[in-house]
Ligand binder design. Sequence first.
Ligand SMILES: [Zn+2]
Length: 83
Amino acid sequence: MPTYQYACNTCSHEFETFQTFEEASLTHCPECNGEVRKIYSAVGVVFKGSGFYKTDSVSKSSASVPASTPTPAPAPTPAPSAD
Ligand SMILES: [Zn+2]
């Protein structure tokens, strides 16, 4: 079921609603009954290709930590039992 996002022109109230094509589009804000506009930010976003989330080797933009160096884990501190 498609989700439509709206924003109110009067009070800037944003909300989402589930609608089918058979239903009429919302035109009034549920908060102030003002005029709303439809936002299409939630649809049509498709990342084509693969591996955009997976860098090949070393990211030059964030070279704060060498890839070969593992993240230094904190020394295990034995928690004193509250007895
Ligand atoms: Zn409103």
